[in-house]
Write a protein of this length. Structure first.
Length: 455
């Protein structure tokens, strides 16, 4: 992230990340950059400023910020002990939104996440069934070790991850927004709070651009649920692989590895001191609605109608669409399986002689089958949701890098290159013959190399 200034220790410990916004001016994405820059540095530094909150993991922190900007879901894969859960807890602490955590186990049931129904007998002896919302009715949900849940429980998350709603038996569909819950102490009914704010014209809590926006609690696109899941990449026993449909619902899949040696001293010192300062999920809870309003405005501005029209006229958009198309390449010679899709792509490339990068991809794919430099065969390419993910992620990366031109956000190909591995690695499935000798990251790296010199 392109950090503009270092935040003082007092600001880190005292201020919510939106405290520096100038609420008297019209909202713009430059203000959003200032806020996310503040939040990024808070993630990197501890509460008292003497130690770092999360040592290293810059790309991981940026991925979490981009999830907030786009309102999507994030899958984190890494070995145990890399502070994955700690990082999400710290993010929830600094945001001030309603946060709940789910620990997946083989005996976890869908009702443990969605809602519970209970038979209640009142004072008059009448029987009725009460329902109680589960932890998915929140702003930010962390599902730890999601692959330890059974397929039945994993599938129960499909609706809430994509549509941000939960189907309650006999009651219809409810937006996945914070509601009173019996599962923990965070009893916040967001709908009641918003109703009071809308009725109270004298309310001064939300100033400037915040009171120009009226949020409808039933609108899933406004009160978005941010879903983050962790996955242990080395354990196989007692785990259940996520289905392709669920993997595709994650905008990003980030891979965490052991930290480099230069970070070991900071990690060791932090653990010896027992630093848990700043990690309190209810720390800025009174700023909860302000955060929600801000994220709604960022999402609206990022891909507004005018921004979309301008973006679709740029070479970067054509490069993204070509990159997506290349994930479906399936050459028809040298032992490759012949498919109609492969013929379509081959003819498409031949009909585009001016697109040198596509010619380079074709040559890479058509190398002899026994060549070590041959591109692995792609069995399943990225879905249209992956194409939309590339667009959203590239815009979010441009915002985090403060890429503006004449006051407007400008997306560069370097932004696409930065986010493409995270967006595509879990959406590309290799042929069984090649899956053991290569990886989707290798495919993405080779595809991007073919595009690199043409933007």
């Amino acid at each position: 992230m392109n950090i503009k200034r270092i935040i003082s220790e007092d600001e880190l410990s005292r201020d919510h990340f939106l405290s520096k916004l100038k609420t008297t001016e019209d909202f713009n994405l430059r203000q959003a950059y200032d806020a996310f820059n503040h939040l990024y540095q808070q993630m990197q530094q501890s509460k008292d400023g003497t130690r770092r909150g999360i040592v290293g993991m810059e790309d991981f922190i940026e991925a979490m910020l981009m999830i907030l900007i786009t309102g999507q879901n994030l899958l984190i894969r890494g070995v145990p002990g890399l502070a994955k859960t700690r990082a999400v807890l710290l993010l929830a602490s600094l945001l001030g939104v309603v946060f709940r955590r789910i620990q997946s186990t083989p005996d976890l049931m869908p009702s443990d996440m969605q809602y519970r129904e209970q038979l209640v007998i009142d004072d008059k002896g009448k029987h009725k069934i009460e329902w109680y919302p589960g932890p998915v009715f929140s702003n930010l949900v962390l599902n730890d070790e999601i692959d330890r849940a059974t397929p039945k429980t994993q599938s129960a998350l499909l609706e809430v991850m994509e549509e941000k709603k939960v189907s309650v038996h006999g009651r219809g569909r409810y937006a996945a927004r914070p509601m009173k819950s019996i599962s923990d102490k965070q009893e916040i009914d967001e709908a009641e709070q918003l109703e009071k704010l809308h009725k109270d014209d004298e309310n001064k809590k939300l100033k400037g651009y915040f009171d120009r926006k009226k949020i409808n609690p039933e609108n899933k696109d406004e009160l978005a649920l941010f879903f983050i899941a962790t996955q242990n990449g080395i354990e196989q026993e007692g785990t259940y692989p996520l289905p392709e449909a669920q993997m595709d619902r994650f905008l990003f899949m980030t891979l965490l590895d052991n930290p480099p040696q230069r970070h070991l001293e900071g990690i060791a010192a932090d653990s010896f001191i027992g630093n848990n300062s700043g990690i309190n999920p209810t720390r800025f809870l009174n700023e909860h609605l302000k955060t929600v309003y801000f994220l709604v405005m960022v999402k609206e501005k990022l891909l507004s109608e005018s921004a979309r029209q301008a973006f679709f006229q740029t070479p970067v958009w054509h490069g993204i669409s070509d990159l997506w198309e290349c994930t479906h390449l399936n050459p028809t010679r040298d032992g490759y399986k012949q498919t109609n899709k492969g013929l379509e792509v081959r003819n498409y490339i031949k009909a585009s002689p001016g697109k040198v990068h596509l010619q380079a991809v074709r040559e890479l794919m058509e190398r002899p089958q026994n060549s070590d430099l041959r591109m692995p065969r792609i069995e399943l390419g990225a879905s249209p949701r992956g194409l939309l993910g590339l667009i959203r992620a590239a815009h979010a990366q441009a915002l985090l890098e403060n890429s503006f031109e004449n006051g407007e956000l400008k997306v560069l190909w370097s932004h696409v290159e930065k986010v493409a591995p995270m967006v595509l690695r879990h959406r590309i499935k290799l042929n069984q013959a090649d899956i053991h000798r290569s990886s989707s990251d290798y495919v993405i790296e080779n595809l991007l190399a073919c595009f690199r010199n043409h933007f």
